[in-house]
Design a protein around this ligand. Structure first.
Ligand SMILES: [Zn+2]
Ligand SMILES: [Zn+2]
Length: 293
């Protein structure tokens, strides 16, 4: 594990990131305070434990993620507190959304909007509830979807922890997340030995994955697959695949560095997102910070 199981001081990590990634200062300030609150909530606002942790390791081995086996975003949790806290911090950093978030918070407090409903399976699929809230309660669907994606991370981070404790070691050979099924937002390569770890921003899980295969389309290394570097920056790169047209920002780690928050590191590599998207590549997964167009 490179993160997730250790406790670390997110404010110290953010302070270091401001120094290291000055070009991303504004973004780090805004999203950083949201991330800091998310990490606190994941530790301090425990959810009721999952009552079904029957996960088949054989299925995992064949690529069936945990979320495809058991419900991780069930409808039993009370997500009121988490949603209200995150709506408040987002309002502080993005005042333009203030009016809409006040409206959403009021509806939650009055019990007219139940945050956990957002994750109920629906016939139309994800995002459906944002439409319903928009039509019935006049909450902007895009703002509701934004807040609920932040809530989802807090819930999934706790669930990932529970699952790891219940499962112990397991085999996983896919490029998408073993817990929640999302594609990675950033990779980390150990300079010694060269192992590549992929990291999922949707739940905070990381897992080892071969360096010579594209995590997205599973194409094996060929001439069409490469790492893109910026001159004088040997610690940072973007993995690019011409088969699926995706890129993955990648960090190299030498020796024992500070504990890091991989989301904060990913935001620090935003210059690579800009470059790769200018070249016509797409990120493997959409995050708050890498949707540029
Ligand atoms: Zn995940
Ligand atoms: Zn690919």
């Amino acid at each position: 594990m490179i993160s997730g199981s250790t406790t670390y001081d997110i404010s110290q990590i953010l302070d270091r990131a401001f120094e290291q990634y000055q070009h991303a200062g504004d973004l780090l300030k805004k999203i950083g305070s949201v991330i800091a609150r998310q990490r606190q909530l994941a530790q301090d606002a425990p959810l009721a434990p999952l009552n079904n942790l029957r996960i088949d390791k054989e299925k995992l081995k064949s690529g069936v993620s945990v979320i495809q086996q058991i419900s991780l975003l069930g409808d039993r949790e009370d997500l009121k507190h988490i949603t209200l806290v995150l709506a408040k911090v987002v309002k502080e950093v993005l005042p333009d959304l203030g009016e809409d978030l006040d409206h959403l918070s009021e509806l939650i407090q009055k019990g007219r909007l139940v945050p956990s409903d957002y994750f109920k399976p629906s016939a139309k699929g994800a995002g459906d509830m944002a439409e319903v809230w928009g039509n019935k309660l006049k909450v902007s669907p895009s703002n509701a979807a934004f807040i609920m994606s932040l809530v989802s991370r807090v819930v999934l981070e706790q669930r990932a922890k529970e699952v790891r404790q219940a499962l112990g070691a397991f085999e996983w050979e896919k490029g998408y997340c073993p817990i929640c099924g999302n594609y990675p937002s950033i990779a980390l390569i150990e300079e010694e030995g060269g192992k590549r770890f992929l990291y999922c921003s949707a739940c905070g899980q990381n897992w080892r994955y071969t360096r010579v295969v594209c995590p997205y389309c599973e194409k094996e290394a060929s001439k069409g697959m490469d790492y893109f570097y910026i001159e004088n920056k040997t610690q940072e790169s973007a993995f690019v695949c011409d088969e699926c047209n995706k890129y993955l920002v990648t960090l190299y780690r030498a020796g024992n560095l500070f504990a890091r928050d991989m989301d904060v590191s990913a935001i620090g590599l935003i210059h690579l997102d800009i470059l790769m998207q200018d070249k016509g590549y797409e990120p493997m997964t959409a995050c708050v910070w890498n949707v540029l167009k």
